[in-house]
Ligand binder design. Structure first.
Ligand code: NAD
Ligand code: IPM
Ligand code: MN
Length: 362
């Protein structure tokens, strides 16, 4: 097939990890007879520097016309002054909203080879396979903000329709898994959470009788996620809780650098990005872990291009590379770590054995 993929490298380690993911996608295209056209555009801090706008119109247009978008990360100290008139992160938020990508899928499947990198005891991690569905275009991120001499405020608002559609997406995904959904909120304090809980209850009751729904308050969820991560299948939650819980969940896998994400709306087009940020502390040194970005490329193959076999092939190749000890410094410690490009090369090498075209097409 032919696919137009927009690549938004962004800031910090963004360009390093997207280059790795593009190399893997190109290798997949070569092996499987596809043609992927990659077009790079600016977003975030680099877009502020070059165009005075963290999401230039040309970037948004290109994303709207593409089959899928692959993003690295945005932000960094250069653009983070408290009084900065415009911030890189606004570009990412505007992109998510501009493309209508309300459901952010963040799968967490600790790989046996990296259990040692997790601070959690290995026996708690065996068999963990959870999917966080984070609401991505509403809530406190997008409410009105005020600031005056005495204080500041951020409005958190959710409409019924915004809750319904993300809960539906979570339940639909749960049907392809263990049919168990945990809805996370703060209904003991927040009105938006009470609406969230009520709406989730109704949607599941009316439309997904085959799915079991459990509610959990976000504070205790933060604890349970570490003490009994195997108990969860699909976790659905609002924008900010999902942001925080998934950085926490990355420690089940062993590193922030390992987790991918897919941001989806109603159509096939999606935005794919690792959950980590621009990691200014390690940027420019060629040591960032590219696995989260590469697994995001696998999600791109699955959800936007509907190339399931190729997606599985990339996931297996990542697994094989990790099994073979292809670790960046976040997993291995400095002494025996590989660089970003070497890990990407290990994944590309592993594609040859991880998937056989004939087997995949059967
Ligand atoms: P971060 O995720 O950038 O880094 C947190 C820690 O994890 C750092 O120690 C970093 O070195 C490490 N880390 C992250 N990704 C890694 C990788 N691939 N390999 C190895 N180590 C990795 O979070 P932060 O430091 O809080 O934020 C830095 C900037 O990134 C901020 O400007 C923030 O707004 C931005 N950010 C952007 C995104 C995004 O673009 N999607 C996501 C999160 C944060
Ligand atoms: C993420 C990031 C973003 C978010 C920031 C950079 C706006 O932390 O993608 O997880 O909070 O959504
Ligand atoms: Mn985040």
């Amino acid at each position: 097939m032919h696919a137009d993929i927009v690549v938004l490298p962004g800031d910090g380690i963004g360009p390093e990890v997207t280059a790795a993911a593009v190399a893997v996608l190109q290798a997949v295209a070569d092996r499987h007879g596809h043609r992927f056209a990659f077009a790079e555009h600016d977003i975030g801090g680099i877009a502020i520097d070059r165009h005075g706008d963290p999401l230039p119109a040309a970037t948004l247009d290109a994303c709207r016309n593409a089959d899928a978008v692959l993003l690295g990360a945005v932000g960094g100290p250069k653009w983070s002054a408290p009084n900065a008139p415009v911030r890189p992160e606004q570009g990412l938020l505007a992109l998510r909203r501009g493309l209508g990508l309300y459901a952010n899928l963040r799968p967490v499947q600790p790989h046996p080879a990296t259990l040692g990198a997790s601070p959690i005891k290995p026996h708690l991690l065996a068999g963990v396979d959870l999917l966080v569905v984070r609401e991505l275009t509403g809530g406190i991120y997008f409410g009105d903000k005020t600031r005056d001499a005495e204080g500041a405020s951020d409005l958190c608002r959710y409409s019924v329709a915004e809750i319904e559609r993300v809960v539906r997406r979570a339940c639909t995904l749960a049907r392809g898994r263990r049919r168990h959904v945990t809805s996370v909120d703060k209904a003991n304090v927040l009105e938006t959470s009470r609406l969230w809980r009520e709406t989730a209850e109704r949607v599941v009751g009316e439309e997904f009788p085959d799915v079991t729904l459990e509610h959990q308050l976000v504070d205790s969820m933060a604890m349970h996620l570490l003490s009994r991560p195997r108990a969860y299948d699909v976790i659905v939650t609002e924008n900010m809780f999902g942001d925080i819980l998934t950085d926490e969940a990355s420690m089940l896998a062993g590193s922030m650098g390992l987790l991918p994400s897919a941001s989806l709306g109603d159509g096939d087009r999606g935005l794919y990005e690792p959950i980590h940020g621009s990691a200014p502390d390690i940027a420019g040194r060629g040591i960032a872990n590219p696995v989260g970005a590469i697994l995001s490329a696998a999600l791109l193959l699955r959800h936007s291009l509907r190339l399931e076999a190729e997606a599985v092939c990339v996931e297996r190749a990542v697994g094989a590379a990790l099994d073979a000890g292809a670790f960046t410094a976040d997993l291995a410690g400095d002494g025996r770590a590989l660089g970003t490009e070497a890990v990407a090369a290990a994944v590309i090498d592993a594609l040859a054995t991880a998937c056989h075209v004939s087997e995949l097409r059967d």
